[in-house]
Design a protein around this ligand. Structure first.
Ligand code: 5GP
Ligand code: ZN
Length: 123
């Protein structure tokens, strides 16, 4: 864990998050400042900087999980499309590799983060 990394703190439970998927190597949680309802971040639990640093096997595993989660998010929230985004260097605010899943809606959709969380997790 990198001491000052906010995502490492989320992963180890120091900072709360709305988790929608977790396994031994990967965590997915709702973005605190969503671009659209259901905006999700998929991160490796091991601290890795960016796209060029991540191991190929870890990247493939992360992409597979991201693909499955995108299906679930789009279906549960009835989205009309989605973007997969990954930022690096000056484009990257949090220096711990992450994939964004950003649902797209043909009509402006307002849903607060608790409602989104309930729908995705069935709680
Ligand atoms: P980046 O520009 O690094 O690709 O995006 C970082 C993302 O992390 C942003 O969309 C931002 O809203 C999100 N983020 C930053 N801090 C936190 C946090 O403490 N909790 C959650 N859930 N998301 C965060
Ligand atoms: Zn980290």
């Amino acid at each position: 864990m990198k001491v000052e990394c906010i995502f490492c703190k989320i992963i180890n439970g120091e900072i709360p998050s709305k988790k929608i998927y977790e396994d031994e190597n990967v965590l997915a949680f709702l973005d605190i400042n969503p671009s659209s309802p259901g905006h999700t971040l998929v991160v490796p639990k091991r601290h890795i900087l960016d796209f060029q640093e991540i191991d190929d096997d870890d990247l493939l595993n992360l992409m597979k999980i991201c693909k499955n989660l995108s299906k679930k998010i789009v279906s549960v929230l009835d989205a009309d499309g989605y973007s997969i985004l990954q930022n690096n260097g000056i484009a990257q605010d949090v220096k711990h590799f992450h994939l964004h899943i950003i649902p797209k809606y043909s009509n402006d959709k307002t849903m607060d983060i608790d409602e989104v969380y309930k729908k995705i997790t069935n709680e």
